[in-house]
Design a protein around this ligand. Structure first.
Ligand code: NI
Length: 421
């Protein structure tokens, strides 16, 4: 096959040499990812954050391809042709099952994207047909790599580890799209210091500083983008909006739901229904719900569309007492705390920075010296030790605009919060 290239803002070009990869890119299931934003509601904070999961998927493939090429040039690539293809296809397809606005939707409808990626790859889909050409067991192997349970640890580490093609691509891509420089690091240098082993990927000790830069990029992006309180506020409103819609539907209210969504609301979603979900069909629903007779449903919908978000106050602890006292204040004023008050902790989101000691299923980052001795990164790196596993913050989100409409409520709300500082 002649080389095929895709222009890419992060990597310059994405290079495709295998017809199989091209067929996967052209499949319906991959094309759906063009209609799902990579960063969900972050565009409410950073208007540049409109890039798609499709772009990130191609990028993850390209980083994997470059790592394999880099190892090959150094004579360290001990994967067969078929294993290389397995790594490349798994990288390309790793986010195939992502729903639009993943966290908000997944929580309410119990849709885990990992489970959907699995179902799509193994189901009656174009992607499955293409993968099956390699061998009848190939689709299953791809799901095993994505789930991190394949027997080849090296391939798993390429796609899903503390420094993998997925994370390196999204950090570079997200920071570039929104226009911040702190997500940047030297990917080429990191690839150069990789040491592939049968236990996974280690890094040469002399490359420590490029890895530190990567961990610090993760740390900054986590606090300033992924857990940004404005985007988080949008996610909370969206989750409560779905929660409200589902509660109304379950109690038999008419929420003007198009037939296409019935299976979603009845928890009977099939792969073909799932593949019809994207950002635009959900925006259509929100638009419809702005004229709903249910005040909560219409208010939360227009908040998302018009960026009228909840305000946030940082608190020191996740004290249940504080939450229940604030709830009572809202109830008194006729505001339903179930949809309008949230005590939020960052550990609820799927991004993290480096926490080598947590019981995370991913291995910590190991550096190896010339004698082959290995040491965990935070043991010898001061900046990594300084940020590793630190600091939990709690935030209270609430609708200040509604509170200000009720005489005296804003002041009582503030006094209560101050008493917990
Ligand atoms: Ni990803």
């Amino acid at each position: 096959m002649k080389e095929k290239v895709f222009k890419d803002p992060v990597h310059g070009f994405v290079y495709v040499y295998e017809p199989l990869i091209l067929e996967l890119i052209d499949s319906k299931e991959m094309q759906r990812l063009r209609r799902v934003k990579q960063l969900g509601l972050s565009y409410l904070t950073y208007h540049g954050g409109e890039h798609s999961r499709f772009a990130h998927s191609l990028g993850t493939y390209e980083v994997t391809r470059r790592i394999l090429e880099g190892l090959d040039k150094k004579g360290q690539l001990f994967l067969s042709k078929k294993e290389q293809l397995l790594a490349l296809t798994s990288a390309l397809l790793h986010d195939l099952g992502h729903s639009p606005f993943s966290h908000s939707l997944e929580g309410v409808f119990s849709l885990r994207h990992e489970a959907w990626t699995n179902k799509i790859i193994l189901g009656d889909t174009q992607v499955n047909k293409v993968l099956s050409k390699v061998g009848s067991n190939f689709p299953k192997e791809v799901t095993e790599v994505i789930k991190g349970i394949h027997s080849n640890k090296l391939i798993i580490d390429l796609i899903s580890s503390q420094i993998d093609a997925d994370r390196t691509d999204y950090l570079l891509r997200d920071s570039k799209a929104i226009g911040v420089s702190y997500g940047n690091f030297d990917l080429e240098r990191i690839i150069r210091v990789m040491v592939p082993t049968k236990d996974g990927i280690f890094f040469r000790k002399e490359g420590m500083h490029s890895i530190e830069a990567y961990i610090l990029a993760r740390y900054s992006m986590y606090w300033q983008v992924y857990f940004h309180p404005t985007s988080r506020s949008g996610e909370i409103i969206l989750r409560n909006l779905f929660k409200r819609a589902k509660a109304l539907y379950k109690s038999g209210e008419d929420i003007c739901l198009p037939n296409e969504f019935t299976n979603l609301f009845e928890d009977k979603l099939l792969v073909k229904d799932y593949l019809n979900l994207d950002d635009s069909v959900l925006f259509f629903l929100f638009q419809k719900w702005t004229s709903s007779s249910d005040i909560i449903l219409s208010d939360l919908s227009s908040r998302i569309l018009n960026r009228s978000l909840f305000k946030r106050i940082e608190v020191d602890s996740n004290d249940d007492d504080l939450y229940s006292q604030l709830s009572s204040l809202l109830v008194e004023a006729g505001i339903n705390p179930e949809y309008y008050l949230e005590l939020d902790c960052p550990s609820d989101i799927s991004y993290d920075y480096y926490q080598p000691n947590s019981n995370h299923k991913k291995n910590p980052i190991y550096l190896v010296d010339k004698r082959g001795e290995k040491v965990e990164l935070s043991q010898i790196s001061d900046p990594v030790r300084a940020v590793a596993g630190k600091r939990v913050r709690y935030n209270i989100y609430y609708p200040r605009d509604l509170i200000e409409k009720v005489e005296g409520l804003a002041e009582r709300f503030k006094n209560l919060l101050d008493s917990y500082k």
